[in-house]
Design a protein around this ligand. Structure first.
Ligand code: HEM
Length: 415
């Protein structure tokens, strides 16, 4: 239940998403902004946009660019492997380079190929859950959701099982440098991890030879050879490495957090949990409602290429603009009774996967993983949180809503 505030929760210096109150529960802040200041000038002279229609515009209009976000990030991060590798990520590119890099990997995410993964998803979910169901307790973030998400990101990329552990460790060290304003120690660790991750991937790419499959590494190598044959400039090694690392970040923590955020919503709304137990066909509705109600990705940043008027305010070329998708998903102009978690809602067009030319390439895979995970998880009988509500906490992040842990207990099954 989200509290509707009449007093402003926003300090006079403007919204700061890293403030502890916002980190714990951003929704009262979103409602206040939606009602009182939907295009808000927050801390550090950054604009925060909350209305569904405005968020869609910021995320999909070319006037709101990404390449100049990189200039700011590179200055903050300084020289080293992070800067070297991420100079080619599609996340920090605008067209035409964004379209070229996106086009290169789009075939890997073809709906048919994603749907063919369903039996493997069933298998991995059941394998991970069998020992946990027998035990009658689990810490859902690290024992279930993270290994599931990591498996399918690696599967898609063509990273073999023996590489999983390294991918997880390097990602954990690189993560803080891509999200928050990192301190010197985080940048140091991030550079070491990025160097090691890039070396590992370069070796993997070079050793792939003619053993090609439908994975992302093979698809990029095929495209490289095709370009060389046509005399066109081929995708470079740095572009391949940075694309792989970008997909790891896009598809790993996001799915992990979305599974656990949705399970927490179900446990806190036992009527909806019972409904889903009684009628498993509601699982797709539950996935969409979980994405809307508590999205793993709460925001994305852009920088203006030209002056723009939005919500009666003048935003200047070079200004930072944060699209608060978590707020758009609770916009009462778009969703009836937006703070109610209701898995029977229909026609929910969530903003959680973004919009337009950058719409999430992994949305089909994410939905398949979520559907299968929730279908099995709701079979737990007498599920209880093994953490007091007041102890539930989130990783400090400017973009993600990421539970630190979600310990639960339930009646053991499966002998
Ligand atoms: C619940 C899970 C997920 C959520 C909430 C999510 C959310 C998003 C969002 C909001 C964007 C747009 C970013 C922007 O506009 O700047 C995005 C882009 C992207 N996502 Fe996801 N994502 C999820 C899962 C995945 C998975 C599983 C993969 C791949 C394995 C993936 C791959 C990508 C890629 C490659 C892009 C970049 C598209 C581009 O720049 O053109 N995502 N995602």
């Amino acid at each position: 239940m989200t509290i509707q505030l009449t007093e402003s929760p926003i300090p006079r210096t403007g919204l700061d998403p890293l403030e502890p109150g916002f980190q714990l529960d951003p929704y009262p802040y979103y409602h206040w902004l939606l009602r009182n200041d939907p295009v808000h000038l927050g801390a550090e002279d950054t604009w925060y946009v909350t209305r569904y229609a405005d968020v869609r515009l910021v995320m999909s209009d070319h006037k709101f660019g990404c390449a100049s976000v990189r200039d700011w990030w590179e200055e903050m991060i300084g020289p080293g492997a992070l800067k070297q590798i991420m100079r080619d990520t599609m996340f920090f590119e605008d067209d035409p380079k964004h379209a070229r890099l996106r086009g290169l990997i789009t075939p890997v995410f073809a709906p048919k190929r994603m749907k063919a993964l369903q039996p493997k998803i069933d298998e991995v979910v059941d394998e991970l859950l069998a020992p946990l169901f027998r035990r009658g307790e689990m810490e859902m973030v690290n024992e279930f959701a993270a290994p599931l998400a990591l498996t399918f990101v690696c599967e898609l990329l063509g990273i073999p099982r023996e590489g999983y552990e390294g991918v997880r460790t390097w990602s954990l060290d690189i993560g803080p440098t891509l999200d928050l304003i990192p301190n010197d120690e985080e940048i140091r660790k991030g550079n070491i991890a990025m160097g090691a991750f890039a070396d590992y991937l370069q070796g993997l790419i070079e050793s792939r030879g003619s053993h090609r499959g439908p994975d992302l590494i093979s698809v990029m190598l095929d495209a490289r050879e095709e370009s060389l044959a046509k005399g066109e400039p081929p995708v470079t090694m740095n572009e391949m490495v940075s694309t792989i690392i970008s997909v790891v970040f896009a598809g790993h923590d996001t799915v992990t957090n979305q599974i656990t955020n949705t399970m927490l919503a179900l446990i806190r709304n036992p009527d909806q949990l019972d409904l889903l137990k009684r009628d498993p066909s509601l699982v797709s509705g539950c996935v969409e409602e979980g994405l809307r109600y508590d999205s793993a990705v709460q925001s994305n940043s852009r920088r203006l290429m030209v002056d723009v008027e939005l919500g009666g305010k003048l935003l200047r070329k070079g200004d930072f603009v944060v699209a608060l998708m978590g707020a758009a998903n609770r916009d009462p102009a778009k969703f009836d009774d937006p703070d109610r978690f209701d898995i029977t809602r229909t026609g929910t067009q969530v903003m959680s996967f973004g919009a337009g030319m950058r719409f999430c390439l992994g949305a089909i895979l994410a939905r398949l993983e979520l559907r299968t995970a929730l279908d099995r998880l709701v079979r737990m009988e007498n599920v209880r949180l093994e953490i007091a509500d007041s102890d539930i906490s989130y990783q400090r992040s400017s973009m993600f809503r990421s539970l630190v842990e979600l310990p639960v207990s339930f009646t053991p099954t499966g002998g």
